[in-house]
Design a protein around this ligand. Sequence first.
Ligand SMILES: *[C@@H]1O[C@H](CO)[C@@H](O)[C@H](O)[C@H]1NC(C)=O
Ligand SMILES: *[C@@H]1O[C@H](CO)[C@@H](O)[C@H](O)[C@H]1NC(C)=O
Ligand SMILES: *[C@@H]1O[C@H](CO)[C@@H](O)[C@H](O)[C@H]1NC(C)=O
Length: 485
Amino acid sequence: MPSLGLVAKLLTVASVAALLTTPQFSSATTFGPIITPKNPYSGIDGLATMHGDPASSDSTPFAGPGNATITASRNALQSACPTILGTSDGYVFGLCTTIFGQTPTIHLFDSEASTSLVELAVAKGNILGGVYAYVDNQDRLVLTNGNNQLLRVSKSSSGGKWSLTITDTVPLTGIPSTDSVVGLAPDWQGFVWFATAGALAGYVDPVTNNVVVLPLQFAEGSTEAVANSISTSPAGTTIATTFATYVLGRDATNSTINVLWRQAYDRGPARKPGQLSWGTGSTPTFFGPETGYEYTTIVDNASPLVNLLVYRTGDGSQVCKVPLFEPDNSGSENSPIGSGRSVFVASTYGYPYPALPAGAGTSQPSSANFVGGIERVDVLEDDTQGCVVKWVNNTIRSSAVPKLSLADKKIYTFVRQRFLDPDATTTGLLDYFYYATVDSETGLIDSKQYVGQGFIYDTLQMAGLINEGVLLQGTITGVVRAKKA
Ligand SMILES: *[C@@H]1O[C@H](CO)[C@@H](O)[C@H](O)[C@H]1NC(C)=O
Ligand SMILES: *[C@@H]1O[C@H](CO)[C@@H](O)[C@H](O)[C@H]1NC(C)=O
Ligand SMILES: *[C@@H]1O[C@H](CO)[C@@H](O)[C@H](O)[C@H]1NC(C)=O
């Protein structure tokens, strides 16, 4: 089990590094903390979940490769790898889906994901879709499979040979076979929360394995669905359906789920191009300057402009509603970065996906150019005064979920650019993909370096992992590694 001491040390190193690199007279923003106290049941913050930590801050205490010259290489796996997670002892789990056969497969990699040490196929069941995972405090991968079972998978090696072993199989009773889990995360008492596509919220008791579910069907005359992952905090679990944001609590006395608050949002007239569902594309993010969970945020699906919505986690009251980007380029399929008082959102409007989830429906319009852009919004110190747009840069065509390093204050992502026409906003099969870092204070790109060309390098708005100064990024066909040359 990774000790809290280790985590505290990492955070201290990170803040010292941040102090050392802060120019003397700058009024640089204070980012962080990552949600505190740390969740005792999840792995290392920055490594344990697709969005870094159970709060989905999309921030990490670790420094990335930075703006020096990088080298990039690709581990070809014939699989798309949307989930890349790190363990406390430097290994990496990839949860990948084979292109042929669509079989979910767990890979155990070395720290740079250059070698797959061992792999394990997981039941895909009758649902076409992903499987979801996090790393727990014992470095086990916790995931659900296509048969609606919660699995815990541990890694071990003997005589130089690695193996992956399923140590727990817990049936998620209460989920119909036609439904499937789309996100899961542990709470601060070790209960494993989940949400299903059909908008069941639930949790598993870690001792009894009892499962409690609550249908999130509060939209009058309509059916709510969930298309994104979930986040947890000591104040509750947040789930965004295709209609509303919820914060839910667990009632210990009678084993029920309480809706602490629900805030409906503007879901617009239809799914937008560059999104995977008709509704928010956000895994909701907890963030805040003291505990890292004072606020809860999502991006809605309003038309023509989506809004960043920030709520007080305690009572669901709205802090601000800020329109983002520009008409014909306003939509986000990414979880926002949330850190300190700052939120960063990337526009994915128009991003081309090779396939859409079942039930995604047609978009309006049916397609659009991919303009891109990243926008930073800060909650004012007196939050009754709302929020302010700090910067917006509409030229950054981010093709991955951006991540903020608290150690070097850079935003890490990939950008996509048209072959032979760097200013084009169209997309094609021969597009270039670049490693990119963005200065979080200014929104300027401070490094952009070529990684590869074409379909096989498509980073598909998936989340990368910053592990020991190395950026690991899933693509449609494997994992790309970028590190200092
Ligand atoms: C569970 O207890 C809470 C208060 O502790 C109450 O609000 C809720 O209605 C109870 N639920 C059931 C199903 O009894
Ligand atoms: C956006 O970033 C690019 C690359 O760093 C820069 O040239 C441009 O000035 C930026 N735009 C704004 C509005 O900050
Ligand atoms: C590269 O990063 C360093 C450290 O953050 C910074 O001081 C420097 O200005 C950056 N270089 C460019 C070209 O922005």
